[in-house]
Write a protein that binds this ligand. Structure first.
Ligand code: G3I
Length: 376
């Protein structure tokens, strides 16, 4: 796999967004400890039940986690109504070698979902990352012509979507195609994506058309991160508007919820109000809230009352907003099951980003969210 400079942009953008604000959580640890003790006595309502009147609640999974003989399998069955493959439905997982599809891992997740009355969100059909080089480059290392690349894209999407027709109810058809950090709004698309280099934005339109042809009933989404910030949400709005105006089949926007304890209510509401104007469904696709308030904060491998307090404040605000928009938000998917497995962990610096802890048991923040749902 080639390493693209866009990965650097991704990292920089995440860092900027997560750590650019001040921590709104003024922490009183003593108070928090007391509150947490009280929480322990409460009975957890399974998440899928808690949110059943509002939206499907989901988790990203590995195939190994979809086994009822394990704690992960049991937690999935208890709490989640929708599954997303964290990695195994990406292009490099399904078609690493041209023409040779590898279905086992993805099938395992789909079968588990069917057995346990869950929906499946497919992630993802078209992406500049985690895609095999042959999709973009010929044997000399030169970019394919638009014709060759488009044909390969069509074959990939048609084969994958057809296989899971009726089983995958929503697809992230195109992932992260917009340029991320551009305060002046001069650069619209992620121009270092090999898809873009080969044919400009035409691949986006075509991907949706191919997906709709392969499964007319699947819901088709454009999925991106940092979508709650002005510099990006306007580009996403313009893209989706253009697609709709041109008759390109798109049903929704996936907002990757890689948010932070500093995420603001106003960024969320402004974005949801803007996207509402498009008349599309919204999915929160990759929700995780790491415990750190700044990049400079020392890492920890222990969850503490400060982290707990921050997460209570952040998750309460976030779910309160999401519930307010549950007429247009139809799926909220965490990017993992519990704190034992997350892409955010680094050696010596655990992120603890979920409502379930490392043993997949409800954390105090879980009960905080539960209370606010019950109050509505
Ligand atoms: O499968 C190999 C394994 O064979 C090898 O031994 C190991 C050594 O590092 O790497 C394994 O691959 C890793 C893969 O996850 C599976 O675990 C890759 O290195 C690692 O880069 C990859 O990270 C994934 C990342 O996407 C790649 O971009 C994360 O798990 C996954 O959570 C993350 O998910 C993305 C969404 O798809 C799109 N939005 C952002 C989100 C977070 O980055």
């Amino acid at each position: 796999m080639k390493i693209y400079s866009s990965n650097l942009w991704t990292i920089l953008a995440f860092a900027l967004v997560v750590f650019s604000c001040t921590d709104p959580a003024e922490v009183t640890p003593e108070l928090e400890d007391k509150k947490d003790d009280k929480d322990q006595a409460e009975v957890a309502i399974p998440l899928r039940e808690l949110f059943k009147d509002y939206f499907l609640i989901g988790a990203a999974v590995t195939p190994q986690q979809t086994d009822l003989g394990t704690a992960h399998g049991q937690a999935l069955k208890t709490h989640y109504a929708s599954l997303t493959a964290e990695n195994v439905m990406k292009p490099d997982a399904l078609q690493r070698v041209k023409g040779q599809f590898t279905w086992d891992n993805a099938d395992r997740i789909v079968q588990f979902a069917k057995n346990n009355n869950m929906k499946v969100r497919g992630h993802t059909l078209t992406w500049h990352s985690q895609s095999p080089d042959w999709m973009f480059y010929d044997e000399n290392g030169d970019l394919h012509t638009p014709e060759v690349a488009m044909k390969q894209l069509e074959e990939h999407i048609t084969t994958v979507v057809s296989r899971y027709k009726g089983d995958v109810y929503a697809w992230d058809v195109v992932n992260e195609a917009m340029f991320d950090w551009d305060p002046n709004g001069q650069i619209i698309y992620r121009e270092d994506s090999p898809w873009y280099k080969i044919m400009g934005p035409a691949y986006i339109d075509s991907a949706f058309v191919y997906a709709r042809r392969a499964d007319p009933d699947a819901k088709l989404f454009y999925n991106d991160y940092n979508s709650i910030f002005s510099w990006k949400r306007n580009k996403i709005y313009d893209l989706v508007k253009r697609l709709k105006d041109n008759g390109i089949p798109i049903d929704g926007i996936g907002l990757q919820g890689h948010w932070s304890v500093n995420t603001t209510e106003s960024d969320l509401r402004t974005t949801l109000n803007l996207f509402r104007e498009l008349g599309v469904e919204l999915h929160i696709t990759e929700l995780d809230i790491p415990v750190y308030a700044s990049n400079d904060e020392p890492g920890s491998t222990e969850y503490n009352s400060t982290f707990s307090f921050r997460q209570k404040v952040a998750y309460s605000m976030i779910f309160n907003v999401l519930l307010d928009y549950s007429d247009i938000i139809t799926n909220v998917t965490f990017w993992g099951i519990g704190d034992d497995h997350t892409w955010l962990d680094k050696p010596g610096r655990k992120a603890f980003p979920f409502l379930l802890d490392e043993e997949l048991k409800p954390k105090p923040v879980y009960f905080e969210v539960q209370k606010l749902v019950q109050k509505r």
